[in-house]
Design a protein around this ligand. Sequence first.
Ligand SMILES: C[S@@+](CC[C@H](N)C(=O)[O-])C[C@H]1O[C@@H](n2cnc3c(N)ncnc32)[C@H](O)[C@@H]1O
Length: 208
Amino acid sequence: MLSNKDFDLWSDNYDQSVELSDEENIYPFAGYKKLINTIFNTIIENNWIDILDVGIGTGILSSGLYNNGCKITGIDFSGEMLKICKAKMPLARLFQYDFTEGLPEDINKEKFDCIVSTYAMHHLSDDAKIEFIEKLIKILNNKGSIIIGDIGFETREEFIRCKTLVNDIWDDDECYYIYDEIKNKFTEEYKITYNQISICAGIIKINK
Ligand SMILES: C[S@@+](CC[C@H](N)C(=O)[O-])C[C@H]1O[C@@H](n2cnc3c(N)ncnc32)[C@H](O)[C@@H]1O
């Protein structure tokens, strides 16, 4: 599992490495741009303003939203990722915080129109994901959504097909979303949808 120091070291060439993996249409970032654009368009179409980005990284998604008038709050445990983020969005509120510890106290008192997280929460086990998402739901406005874009698959068969295809470069330490399995772990009061974006990327949307 990558630590905050590993992400510090990755921060300088993060944007280029993601773009390259996307352009070559290979795991792990195949479909990255499409995924980011899909989430961006959903947020703009819904006129959501107050956005929380969990594992904001260098702010590729949130800086576009910021430039379109959204108020951005971000959490990340890498100080170097946050420095790049701050340079793109001087007025964003950024918290250096490890989300395996939950949420910063200030954020727990607030409500957001949309909570996004892209390529960050696969560092949590499925049970830890659900526990964390329950915390996020508490700080979501009634008409808002949680949108998670990440390495994901509709079924375990699709997961195995991708793993077999990429073989050596597959990261067994990470815990990817398998929609068919994770959707059953939520209580029935939530509406969960899934959109497969590429061979290895998908978007899970959770509404109250
Ligand atoms: C692969 S990057 C994704 C960044 C950005 N969301 C994107 O889509 O380009 C994962 C980010 O999540 C952050 N991250 C990973 N685990 C974290 C944790 N436990 N607490 C806070 N941030 C974490 C990393 O520092 C990194 O910036």
